[in-house]
Design a protein around this ligand. Structure first.
Ligand code: ZN
Length: 338
C-alpha cells in the first residue's frame, strides 16, 4: 500500500502521545530542534497491526535524526523503537563516545547533525534510558569501552543522567511472551494465526517458500538482519523460528530463488519480477511500459494468456501486482503477444 493511501485510511487512528517527557522534545533522545511527528507503528505498516490489540497507534515527537533512523522499519511499539534508536545512535557515534575530546573524528560525523559533541551525545543516549540490558549486545560492548579519560562510556552515561527518566510503565512490555523450552520451534498450532502471516503459511506452519517470501516482504536479507527483526518483533515470536536454518534444515542461503507459486504449481521468480517492478513503481501505481512487460514475460517464460493468468494468481494481493494490467491485450494499444 502506498504511503498516501495508508495516510488516508489509517492516519485518524493515531493519537498524540508523550511516552517519555511532556516537553516539546524528541521522545527518543531529548533533542529540542528539528522535531517531527513520527507514526508508531510506521503508517505504511499500519495494516499489519490493525487487529492487534497490543499495539497502540500513536504519534510521537521525534527529532529528524531519530526519525530517519527508524524510517519505515517494521517496529510497531514505542519501547522497541526507543531502544532501537539508542542502539543506532551508539553504533553511529561509537568513535565520538570513546574519545571525549573529539580528536581525529571530525571526518566521521554527518555534517547535517551537529550533536556529536561528547556531552551532547551522552545526554541524548542517557535520555530516558532505564534499562541497559534492553540494549543490543553490540551497544553493551561499546558502553563497556574505556574512554580517553580512563572510565567507561557507561560510567559517563550514569554520571550524566539528566533527570528526565522515562516512566518505566511506558517502556516495559506488560505481557511476557510465551516461549517453548527449546526456543526453536514456533508454535503454529494456534487457532488464530495473525492474518498478515496467513499468506505465508501452509496449513498452520511456514513452508520454506512462504518463509522466503516473508523475509523478502520485510526486507530481510541476511542472518543478522533476521536476528534483529526477530528480536524487535516480539509479537511474532510464536510464529517465527529462532533458527530458521535448523527449522527448515537448510543453509542460510534462503534468499536465492524466491518463487511465487500459482494455483497450478507454476513458479515465478520474485527476483525477476522485482527487477522490473520496483518499489518506486508500486508507489506511483503505474503500469510497466509494453516494452518492459514483454521483457519481463520473456524472462519469466510466459507466452500464453493462461500462463499470464497464473502469474496474476501467484501475485495475489502483493503490491507489485499494481505494476501490470489484468488484461494486457486490452491495456496496450500495440499488444501482439497472444
Ligand atoms: Zn532524537
Amino acid at each position: 500500500m502506498s504511503r498516501k493511501q495508508a495516510m488516508k485510511q489509517y492516519n485518524q487512528l493515531y493519537k498524540r502521545s508523550w511516552p517519555v517527557s511532556d516537553e516539546l522534545i524528541c521522545q527518543c533522545c531529548g533533542n529540542s530542534t528539528n522535531l517531527e511527528w513520527d507514526h508508531c507503528p510506521a503508517i505504511t505498516t499500519a495494516h499489519l497491526f490493525i487487529n492487534n490489540k497490543k499495539i497502540k497507534f500513536i504519534l510521537v515527537l521525534l527529532c529528524k535524526e531519530c526519525n530517519l533512523l527508524l524510517s519505515n522499519l517494521l517496529i510497531p511499539d514505542f519501547p522497541s523503537r526507543f531502544y532501537y534508536v539508542k542502539d543506532e545512535l551508539i553504533k553511529k557515534y561509537e568513535k565520538n563516545l570513546i574519545n571525549e575530546r573529539g580528536e581525529n573524528v571530525s571526518d566521521f560525523i554527518d555534517s547535517e547533525f551537529d550533536c556529536s559533541a561528547f556531552s551532547c551525545l551522552l545526554g541524548r543516549i542517557s535520555f530516558g534510558l532505564l534499562r541497559f540490558d534492553q540494549l543490543s549486545d553490540n551497544s553493551q560492548i561499546i558502553l563497556e569501552k574505556i574512554t580517553v579519560s580512563g572510565i567507561t562510556v557507561m560510567e559517563h552515561l550514569i554520571n550524566s543522567s539528566n533527570g528526565k527518566l522515562i516512566h518505566e510503565s511506558n517502556l516495559i512490555e506488560e505481557d511476557e511472551v510465551y516461549h517453548d523450552e527449546d526456543g526453536d520451534l514456533p508454535n503454529l498450532n494456534k487457532e488464530e494465526v495473525p492474518f498478515e502471516l496467513v499468506t505465508f503459511l501452509e496449513g498452520n506452519r511456514f513452508s520454506l517458500n512462504g518463509f522466503k517470501l516473508f523475509l523478502h516482504d520485510n526486507y530481510i536479507y541476511t542472518q543478522s538482519g533476521y536476528n534483529r527483526f526477530y528480536d524487535e518483533n516480539v509479537i511474532w515470536h510464536d510464529y517465527l523460528p529462532v533458527h530458521p536454518e535448523k527449522f527448515f534444515n537448510c543453509d542460510w542461503n534462503i534468499f536465492l530463488d524466491v518463487f511465487l507459486i500459482s494455483d497450478k504449481g507454476s513458479e515465478f521468480s520474485l527476483n525477476i519480477l522485482e527487477k522490473y517492478i520496483t518499489y518506486d513503481f508500486v508507489e506511483r501505481r503505474e503500469k510497466l511500459s509494453l516494452f518492459d512487460l514483454e521483457d519481463l514475460l520473456n524472462d519469466l517464460k510466459i507466452s500464453t494468456k493462461e500462463e499470464y493468468n497464473e502469474l496474476i494468481f501467484a501475485l495475489g494481493g502483493r503490491d507489485i501486482i499494481a505494476g501490470i494490467p489484468d488484461e494486457p491485450e486490452n491495456f496496450y494499444e500495440d499488444w501482439i503477444l497472444w
